[in-house]
Design a protein around this ligand. Structure first.
Ligand SMILES: Cc1ncc(COP(=O)(O)O)c(C=O)c1O
Length: 546
């Protein structure tokens, strides 16, 4: 990979390896986990072309799509989205990343891998997730004349594990397995990526180490426990997510041949940002299909919270070329956008290099990282996806901020109006509705009320499947239909509610409720002595809150 051929950089990584690459424009010194400010805005031209032509929609449109085409065309050779992204790593890592990029490009078009992934997404992750019409939230935001946008929630909270992270984790773990890797290392902040990675490693029999900051471990202790139940080693690092990420990458570099670094979000050196975005793009693809089914069109507005960018890009990517769909990313203003305690990287950051790629960054005048803050732990990262940085620069996506307090209010509103407890990260997207909805109402006054759909991305929540309303009859009916599809027959044995927690937890990466674990435990007791040669045991259908 021809990484960094334009710049003179001295990278210091793991206190040992370094590489120098020449560039004529400027010289700056980059430590792996200490960014330097890029002194020249080489995309001024791009920004201007999007801005100066904003009076002329047609010109602006073709400019933006042209820039997206240009970036797409260069991506596989340069790893860059415009000026962002790249491979700012020591030489020792370059061949490993090249190999990963080659495998990734292969499986993208490999029908066998894609077929297996589709089955895992359906049967293990639980896709597709519903596109839920939030009637009471819609009513809440209507104006005095009863006008307002219709609000839909893409229910990523209903995925196995309670968040979108598993869409990417399962796909990358399958890729790791295909590459013959034996162990996986990952970093987590809120713990959702840690839980997702631990789960898929259990399922695929991969050794799993999750790095987590001590501060985050304390805040997200239930997820730490769950990762351990799922068989992962949780490695404590002094600090928060950014420090855990540096440590996870260091650990990976110690054993590049047999270990795999499973990136949880759309940051890091190429191909990590493209890979994570690709594996999350199932969110947007489903959304397009479901919108077509529900109202025969596209959504007008997509809103998603932005930590580092995976759920936002997962939703946005499918619609990036549909310029009539507004893309809105919501960042964490924390204690206030001017308080110095926030995670609003795209809104307040400046361009630099961190964790192997160029993006907007929270950094001080010396180019040192400013520690991020948000009540949504998963939003606390000083960098952001290079692709989102690019979409900001070309004017294709807009970014706004909401404070901790506003996010907490939005959390309470969704709980009380819809009976859905969103993750505090997703509550940031919801909070932005307060500002957005009145402006959409203005727009509907000019005549397109019926077409005004506002779609809020990824309402992730904590793993709480018992909140999913399912009636017994529904479970039985679905079971009969699925058994006919999978086995062309009825199930022989149904076991319900009667477990060994670890039995299912570790070998399959599924965490049953302790009630359901009783049914699982019984399998061991009755199967061997009473059923002939395992024939029936192949088909027990477990019923319980998994
Ligand atoms: C539920 C949830 N939503 C959003 C995020 C933010 O990450 P990203 O911007 O990569 O989607 C996280 C991160 O942990 C999360 O756990």
């Amino acid at each position: 990979m021809a990484a960094c051929t334009n710049y003179l950089l001295t990278l210091s990584f793991h206190h040992a390896n370094s590489s120098s690459i020449s560039i004529p424009k400027f010289s700056t010194r980059l430590h792996f986990n200490r960014p330097s400010r890029v002194v020249e805005n080489i995309s001024a031209q791009i920004t201007c072309s999007a801005t100066t032509s904003s009076n002329n929609h047609m010109t602006r449109t073709s400019n933006i799509l042209g820039l997206i085409d240009q970036a797409d065309a260069g991506l596989s050779s340069t790893g860059k989205f415009g000026r962002f992204g790249g491979v700012f790593v020591p030489e020792t890592l370059v061949s490993c990343l090249n190999k990963l990029a080659a495998e990734f490009n292969f499986i993208l078009h490999d029908p066998q891998f894609q077929g297996e992934l589709a089955v895992a997404l359906r049967d293990y992750v639980g896709r597709e997730t519903p596109l839920y019409f939030a009637q009471r939230l819609t009513d809440h935001y209507k104006n005095s004349r009863g006008e307002g946008p219709e609000i839909y929630l893409k229910r990523e909270d209903l995925n196995h594990g309670g968040a979108h992270k598993i869409n990417n984790a399962i796909a990358q773990a399958m890729l790791a397995k295909r590459m013959g890797r034996k162990s996986v290392v990952a970093a987590t902040g809120a713990g959702q990526h840690g839980v997702a990675t631990a789960a898929v490693c259990a399922k695929l029999s991969l050794d799993c180490s999750i790095f987590m900051g001590n501060v985050d471990e304390e805040r997200q202790s239930s997820n730490v426990l769950l990762m351990k139940h799922l068989g992962a080693r949780v490695k404590t690092v002094e600090g928060t997510f950014k420090d855990a990420t540096s440590e996870a990458i260091r650990k990976w570099v110690e054993d590049l041949d047999s270990s795999y670094y499973l990136a949880g979000t759309a940051v890091g050196p190429h191909p990590c940002p493209s890979m994570v975005r690709e594996f999350q793009s199932v969110i947007g693809k489903e959304t397009r299909k479901q919108a077509m089914e529900k109202w025969g069109g596209k959504p007008d507005v997509l809103v998603a919270c932005v930590g580092s960018g995976s759920n936002a890009l997962g939703m946005f990517h499918e619609f990036v070329r549909d310029e009539d769909v507004r893309l809105i990313g919501v960042e964490a203003a924390g204690s206030g956008i001017d308080s110095g305690k926030h995670s609003a990287t795209l809104s307040k950051g400046e361009v630099g290099v961190y964790h192997g790629a160029m993006s907007y960054l929270l950094q001080d005048d010396e180019g040192q990282i400013i520690g991020p803050h948000s009540i949504g732990v998963g939003l606390e990262y000083p960098g952001v996806s290079p692709e989102l940085s690019f979409l900001k620069d070309i004017g294709r996506a807009e970014f706004h901020t909401v404070t901790d307090e506003e996010a907490l209010d939005a959390y309470a509103v969704l709980c009380r109006l819809e009976g859905i407890a969103p993750a505090l990260e997703a509550a940031h997207a919801l909070a932005y509705l307060e500002k957005l909805c009145p402006t959409l109402t203005n727009r509907t006054k000019v005549g397109d009320l019926d077409n005004s759909y506002c779609l809020v991305g990824t309402a992730e929540g904590p793993p709480c499947p018992s909140m999913v309303p399912k009636f017994r009859l529904v479970i039985g009916k679905e079971t009969r239909k699925q058994a006919m599809e999978k086995l062309a027959d009825k199930p022989d044995v149904l076991v319900a509610r009667v477990g060994r927690y670890a039995l299912l937890c570790c070998p399959e990466g599924i965490f049953p409720a302790l009630e359901a674990a009783h049914a699982l435990a019984y399998l061991g007791n009755f199967a061997r002595p009473t059923l002939p040669n395992g024939t029936k045991l192949e088909r027990p259908i477990m019923h319980g809150h998994f």
